[in-house]
Design a protein around this ligand. Sequence first.
Ligand SMILES: Nc1ncnc2c1ncn2[C@@H]1O[C@H](COP(=O)(O)OP(=O)(O)OP(=O)(O)O)[C@@H](O)[C@H]1O
Ligand SMILES: [Mg+2]
Length: 307
Amino acid sequence: MNMIEVRHLEKRFGDKVVLNDLSFAVAPGEVYGLLGPNGSGKTTTINILADLLSADAGEAWIQGEPISEKSKYALGIAPQMISIYRDLTCEENLRFFARLYNLPAPRVEERIRELIAMFRLEDYRATEVAKLSGGWKRRVNMAVALVHRPSVLILDEPTAGLDVSARFELWELIEALQKTGVAMLLTTHLLEEAERLCSRIGILSRGRIVAEGTMDELRATIVARQLAIVETAAEERLQQAAASLGWTWRRRGDRIILWLPEEMTLQEFVQRFVDIPLKSVALQEVTLEHIYLEHTGSYEVPDLAMV
Ligand SMILES: Nc1ncnc2c1ncn2[C@@H]1O[C@H](COP(=O)(O)OP(=O)(O)OP(=O)(O)O)[C@@H](O)[C@H]1O
Ligand SMILES: [Mg+2]
C-alpha cells in the first residue's frame, strides 16, 4: 500500500487550470521530491492532501485512507507558510497541537520532551515563536508536524530561507526520520537538496508530472551523458558543428550547453571544434538542474530549421 497516492487530480482557480491530471505515489519509507516552478501547484496539491482544499476531480489517499478527517491522523504537515502560533512558546505550540490530535495527557509531555531533544530546541523551549529567527521557526514548524507521530510527513519547502548550516542540520533530521520509516513528500527549489534527500523525484509542470524516477531514471530521460558549457563569440558556427556531429544543444544566458552523447576529456572535446574560437569550456556531469530545466521547458532549444 502506498503512503500517499494521488490519481488524476484536477484543480482550477477560476479560469486557471493548476492541476491537470496529476498522479503520483509515495511508497513506504520513501522520500519523494515534488519539484516544479513557482506557481506549478505543489502547495495546492499539499492543501488537497491536507483536506484544506477540495479537488475538482480525481482522488487521493493517505495510507489507503481517502482524504478525510481520519486520514489527517496519519499525516503530518510542515506548511510552506509557517503555521505555528507566534505568541505561544515552542513548548506551548507543541502542547497545543498534541492536544489537537487528542494525544493522551501522559504521552503529551513525553512527546514534547522527545521533539525538543530531536530538534535541539532546549534553549528555546520557553521562547515565544515571534522572537525566534526564521530558521528556528522552521524547526519548530517541523517539530509540530511530528507531534502525533505521523507515518507520513509532508514538508513544503522546509529549508527555504535557512542558512547553510541550518539547512545541513535539517537535512540530517530528515535523513534520521527516513531511517525511522517515516515516508515523506518534500518540495524544494534547491535541486541539490532534492538530489541528496529524495529516493524518487517527480517534476511537476503544466499541472502534471512530466518526469519521474530515481536520479538514474531521470538521467536516462535525456540523451546527454555529459555536458559541455561553452562560451564563444562564434555561436552559430558552434551550433552548426554540433549539429553535424549529431549533438543537440541548449542555451542558458550567454552560454551554450552541448549535450555530449558519450563522456570525453576536455582535449577530446576541443579537438572536435579546432576551427572555432572558444572563450571557455567546462565539462560537467548531468545534474538534476539540467534535467529539471529540460522538463520544465526553461531552456532555449535549437531551432531545427536553423541548424
Ligand atoms: N486560493 C487561491 N485562489 C486563486 N488562485 C490560487 C489560490 N491558491 C493558489 N492559487 C494559484 O494556483 C497556482 C499554484 O499555486 P501553488 O501555491 O500551489 O504553487 P507552488 O507550486 O506551491 O508555488 P511556489 O513554488 O511558489 O510555492 C498559482 O498560480 C497560484 O496563484
Ligand atoms: Mg508552494
